[in-house]
Design a protein around this ligand. Structure first.
Ligand SMILES: [Zn+2]
Length: 324
């Protein structure tokens, strides 16, 4: 998934979160080293990469060298640079990576100050060489990282209230207070963001789609009707209401190839056709399914959910609760 953010200085930047397939999962420090580096390469061996890292992936200088740097908060670098030297990459007990930053003699000079591996922002050499720009690549195995990205979508644009007055002086007490004007809700955006919005470019995107799978107890399908509707007609109309869940049972009767799947796994091989209320074998594409959450206090319907996470190929309510 990705989200695009516009910073105050205007240029868009993207945050991308990738999930790896099980066979590609990064499990050890050595695995991380295959994709991510936080060191200055040897300029004799890799002159172009050294050039790119020096140009795009160096943080600072900051700290005592440059206390006025934008990253400095209360006399400290808010991004915790320079980082400690480290002989090999490791993953700590909380799952956070500590990248390899060896003590070498290789430095890059910024604002007259030589900076070492402690100031390198983690990068992927291939991406950096291809795109020639600041691309920070990090290992992350925390599910809450996704929350961090959604914060960007939801936090809204930067806002500021500015007033331009004729006399250019301070607040004039004799002036009438215009309370309506004080409630103006304004936003500012840069030409980059304005253009992005005008062209209707995506601000975020996700793949694969996630669909909610509902379920219910026998004859307890959820129905919608108006207060003014005739109740007998409503009962008549909905007495055999089809649902995704009931259609799953029907599909299990019909297609043997789905019987080794749980309800949640079923959409990996089948697609639900809304209009026809039926599951048909999937020809292409992929979607992830989330079985509707039920609080344990809800009783019977909660236990159906528990069974659905285990039972395969259910073709009736009885078969879902049967010990096979
Ligand atoms: Zn800093």
């Amino acid at each position: 998934m990705h989200t695009i953010e516009f910073q105050k200085r205007g240029l868009p930047h993207v945050h991308i979160l990738l999930w790896l397939k099980p066979q590609h999962k990064i499990k050890t420090g050595d695995d991380i080293d295959k994709h991510i580096s936080a060191e200055l390469p040897d300029p004799k061996l890799y002159p172009k990469l050294y050039e790119a890292v020096s140009s795009y992936m160096i943080h600072g200088p900051c700290g005592p060298i440059d206390p006025k740097s934008v990253c400095m908060v209360d006399g400290k670098c808010s991004k915790h640079f320079p980082k400690k030297f480290q002989n090999c990459t490791a993953i700590d007990d909380d799952g956070f990576p500590i990248y390899k930053r060896r003590t070498t003699k290789i430095t890059v000079t910024k604002k007259g100050v030589p900076l070492d591996n402690g100031f390198v922002v983690p990068y992927n050499p291939k991406l950096l060489m291809k795109y020639q720009g600041h691309i920070n690549v990090e290992y992350c195995n925390k599910s809450n990282a996704i929350k961090y990205l959604f914060k960007y979508i939801n936090k809204g644009p930067g806002r500021v209230n500015v007033q331009i007055s004729k006399d250019g002086g301070g607040p004039d007490k004799s002036q009438v207070q215009d309370e309506i004007k004080q409630y103006y809700d304004s936003r500012y955006l840069t030409p980059c963001e304005a253009a992005w919005r005008t062209f209707k470019f995506d601000i975020h995107d996700r793949w694969p789609p996630v669909v909610r799978l509902g379920f219910h107890l026998p004859n307890q399908q959820r129905v919608l009707f108006k207060e003014s509707d005739d109740l007998e007609e409503v009962v008549q109309k909905f007495s055999k209401k089809e649902t995704k869940f009931l259609a799953w049972m029907k599909a299990n009767k019909r297609y043997p190839e789905g019987r080794n799947l749980t309800y949640a796994e079923f959409p990996s091989k089948f697609v639900y056709r809304e209009g026809a209320h039926e599951w048909v074998p999937r020809k292409r594409g992929l979607s992830l399914e989330r079985v509707q959450y039920i609080a344990p206090g809800m009783g019977e319907v909660y236990y159906i959910r528990v069974l659905l996470t285990r039972q395969r190929g259910g073709d009736s309510f009885e078969s879902i609760r049967a010990v096979k």
